[in-house]
Design a protein around this ligand. Structure first.
Ligand SMILES: Cc1ncc(COP(=O)(O)O)c(C=O)c1O
Length: 394
């Protein structure tokens, strides 16, 4: 490895949501935070160098990048995902959730139905209900420790509720399913037949483990490209969420116009200079770093799986196909939601995300973020093992 992912960096007092806000969120001091989806690794040197140079220049006026920005983005998607994008498809926004809200406003009216697949990243539900749309849920089914799609239920609800928009999470958070081409085609067929537009959130697309392949939903066919808004960002891959840069791609010119109109209605226009600088540098020169990062996270996952088998009775690890957010099944401990949360915080000293935040199907689960140095992970898992032993001893 050329990069040191083992280094433990003190993130306290950096305005970190993950590390600096326990008290404000009603948590005690001293928890190991493994909840919100950012990583405890420094961004790659190519990104830090580009930002340093930009800061040294010292002027931060309104920013709009030239052709070279698109070239960097195009290169990344072609190299990493074999997807050829065109310059006029791109709309830059400060984040994927911003794009999601713009898509909801572009495609639907208050009261229209929007379908999501829970358990899913909580802003999916909040974006729909917060904008006064009708939330329709196609629950994922847990089969042999893996989330599967209930296609009959999806189709039935799309028709019955006259769904206008589908918010797809591809790959899926939580649970880490990297949906197969066949699964996505089946969903796409239903959408095409029923006039449903698709917002495909592909923010986790770079975190895919060996044996799995990320499929860009819009790249499956020209017909699907025509009904799809694809939201991506370098923020997860390069740990730059605080720089607020996301790239949304819309091939259909009419859909793009509607999206841009809705996005403009938020009052946002240009994105920030640091985000543009970091994204361009990362997509130009971050391949080697990203490859090592994914291998390191895969090593963390291997450690977690082996440790859980041996030391965490009553806890099952759902094997993810990708992402660094692992879904832990605590149902074997026989605790209700409050007891489980109290156990994780009060006994194990960890800050995880409670499963029910992702929908009712998350009951009995917790989401753990394993994008941290191995030393942090082992310390956290030791705490959990001690807490389970102490609980069993009572
Ligand atoms: C599936 C998914 N979409 C979007 C986001 C957030 O994206 P952004 O910060 O660009 O709004 C996250 C962050 O955890 C996520 O997991």
């Amino acid at each position: 490895m050329s990069y040191d992912f083992d280094e433990i960096i003190d993130r306290r007092n950096t305005d970190s949501l993950k590390f600096d806000h326990a008290a404000r969120r009603g948590k005690p001091d001293g928890l190991i935070p493994m909840w919100v989806a950012d990583m405890d690794f420094r961004a790659p040197p190519c990104v830090l160098d580009a930002l340093t140079e930009r800061v040294r220049h010292g002027i931060f006026g309104y920013s709009e990048p030239a052709e070279d920005y698109f070239e960097a983005v195009r290169g990344w998607f072609e190299r990493r995902h074999n997807w050829r994008i065109e310059a006029d498809w791109l709309v830059k926004t400060p984040g994927v959730v911003v794009s999601m809200c713009a898509a909801i406003h572009a495609v639907t009216l208050p009261g229209d139905a929007v379908i999501i697949q829970q358990p899913v990243y909580y802003p999916f539900e909040d974006s729909v209900t917060g904008s006064g749309r009708n939330l329709v849920v196609n629950e994922l089914r847990l089969t042999d420790g893996r989330y599967e799609i209930d296609f009959d239920d999806f189709e039935e609800k799309v028709k019955r509720e006259k769904v206008k928009l589908f918010l797809l999470c591809n790959p899926h958070n939580p649970g880490g399913r990297v949906w197969t081409r066949r699964e996505l085609e089946r969903l796409g067929d239903v959408c095409l037949k029923n006039g449903v537009t698709v917002f495909s959130d592909e923010i986790h697309q770079d975190f895919v483990f060996p044996g799995h392949v990320h499929t860009v939903f819009a790249d499956i066919s020209p017909e699907l490209a025509d009904i799809t808004i694809t939201a991506t960002s370098p923020s997860k891959t390069f740990n730059i969420a605080g720089l607020h840069i996301a790239n949304t791609f819309i091939a259909n010119a009419r859909l793009r116009r509607e999206f841009v109109r809705a996005y403009s209605g938020t009052g946002l226009s240009q994105v920030g200079a640091p985000g543009l600088t970091a994204c361009r540098a990362a997509y130009r020169g971050g391949d080697g770093w990203a490859d090592e990062l994914i291998a390191y996270i895969r090593g963390n996952l291997d450690y977690l799986r082996v440790f859980a088998d041996a030391e965490l009775p009553g806890v099952e690890v759902l094997e993810p196909d990708g992402t660094y957010l692992v879904w832990l099944d605590f149902r074997g401990l026989g605790l209700d939601t409050k007891e489980l949360n109290d156990f994780i915080v009060g006994r194990a000293g960890l800050w995880l995300d409670c499963g029910t935040m992702f929908g009712a199907g998350g009951k009995g689960f917790q989401r753990i973020n394993i994008a941290c140095p191995r030393g942090t992970l082992t310390r956290a898992l030791d705490r959990l093992a001690d807490a389970i032993r102490a609980k069993d001893a009572v």
